[in-house]
Design a protein around this ligand. Structure first.
Ligand SMILES: [Zn+2]
Length: 86
């Protein structure tokens, strides 16, 4: 079975939180090695999850985190419907 980008996007949050099964994880990892788009999506999704999951470890100048949250929120809102639609 060969994963395409849409498959990766569908499972990316499970992939990040570790709930994806081992075989699918391996497939996704293999895909990420040669796909820049999915690597970028993984990076930004992971950053968003970290930022929203644990504010206590956040060590950025005051104000910066809020602006970043705003920006990420817009990114999520802008990209999510597009991802879900497919
Ligand atoms: Zn891809």
């Amino acid at each position: 079975m060969k994963l395409n980008c849409k498959h990766v996007w569908e499972h990316i949050s499970e992939f990040i939180d570790g709930s994806v099964d081992a075989q699918l994880r391996a497939e996704i990892e293999r895909h990420l090695e040669h796909c820049e788009i999915c690597s970028a999506i993984l990076d930004s999704t992971r950053n968003i999850l970290i930022l929203t999951a644990d504010d206590r470890t956040f060590e950025l100048p005051v104000g910066f985190s809020e602006r970043l949250h705003e920006r990420l929120k817009k990114e999520i809102e802008g990209s999510e419907p597009e991802l879900k639609k497919k």
